[in-house]
Design a protein around this ligand. Structure first.
Ligand code: SF4
Ligand code: SF4
Length: 296
């Protein structure tokens, strides 16, 4: 089965236990305002250009037959109008300033690449993580890749928003879900993520009832969901759902802003929480639940 991925990140330490390889799939039905991976929202390929890495060598200008790159007053201008996403400029750039995000791959081919790092997974009690984008938006590809990994005895994590209502169908092949829970107020959830909250909660309930386990990953975004009521709701959710092993509070970071620029989009920037605010929000959670909670 063919799927579309953006990249495989090796030796990752933030996407589940131990050392892991994380497969980032392309395409997500959510449009979170603070998205860390905006280049993975669209399901189609996209040209990414990082101006801060460009050394103005001009190779891409000479290479592109469609006028995709030019320099005006020393500034690198990207014109995507006639870009056919051939990837020639990416191949020619000696400074990794260009990336074509999105490659079609067979699940078996991804497995082959993942297995090369098996000694690292084994020695660190790690494994593989499928993330994105939203892996459930490529359900059949994700399922096949999980099945192949489990057949090889690898530990598997699935990083998901729970979108699509089918997360529970994969319980047999997912050792640990990394469940991104973004907002507890239905109206705000719809506004900030583009999708309804209720189906996400239904999906979590089904996964819980099917015997799955998860880390509840909660991005705390200043001005969006940094409210005591939301932190309390997270604790109450953990009390209702035994599947939630740990509550991970995830601080906002600005990575998405630069990546949105690289694909020719704009992303609003948010501020950072102070240590005092982080301590406070953690205390709000721990006051209401016995489930382990931490900042990651
Ligand atoms: S991907 Fe191809 S068409 Fe697009 S800018 Fe690069 S060389 Fe030009
Ligand atoms: S090939 Fe790379 S480094 Fe050279 S001008 Fe183009 S983007 Fe910049």
């Amino acid at each position: 089965m063919t799927g579309k991925i953006v990249r495989i990140q090796r030796f990752s330490t933030t996407n589940g236990p131990g050392l892991r390889s994380t497969v980032f799939v392309k395409g997500c039905p959510l449009t979170c305002h603070w998205c860390h991976n905006p280049e993975m929202q669209e399901s189609k390929k996209q040209l990414m250009v990082y101006p801060e890495q460009c050394k103005a060598c001009g190779f891409c200008v000479k290479t592109c037959e469609n006028g995709g790159h030019s320099f005006v007053d020393g500034k690198h201008i990207v014109d995507r109008t006639n870009c056919v996403l051939c990837g020639k400029c990416e191949q020619m750039c000696p400074h990794s300033a260009i990336e074509l995000a999105g490659q079609d791959v067979e699940a078996s081919e991804v497995l082959e690449r993942l297995l090369r790092d098996r000694p690292f997974y084994d020695s660190s009690k790690g494994g593989i993580t499928i993330s994105g984008g939203e892996p459930l938006a490529q359900f059949n590809f994700t399922k096949e890749l999980l099945q192949l990994c489990k057949a090889e005895g690898l530990h598997t994590c699935l990083d998901t928003s729970g979108w699509g209502g089918r997360a529970a169908e994969l319980v047999e092949w997912v050792d640990l879900y990394l469940w991104d829970f973004k907002e507890s107020d239905p109206e705000r959830h719809k506004y900030y993520t583009g999708v309804e909250l209720e189906p996400i909660l239904d999906s979590l309930q089904k996964m819980n009832d099917a015997g799955g386990k998860c880390l509840l990953r909660c991005p705390i975004i200043p001005g969006v969901n940094d409210r005591d009521e939301h932190l309390s709701a997270i604790a109450e959710l953990a009390n209702r759902m035994p599947c939630i092993q740990v509550i991970d509070l995830v601080p906002y970071h600005r990575l998405g802003v630069a990546k949105a620029d690289a694909i020719g989009m704009h992303q609003d920037e948010f501020s950072s929480l102070t240590q005092e605010e982080k301590d406070h929000f953690l205390s709000v959670v721990t006051a209401k639940t016995n489930t382990q909670a931490r900042w990651i």
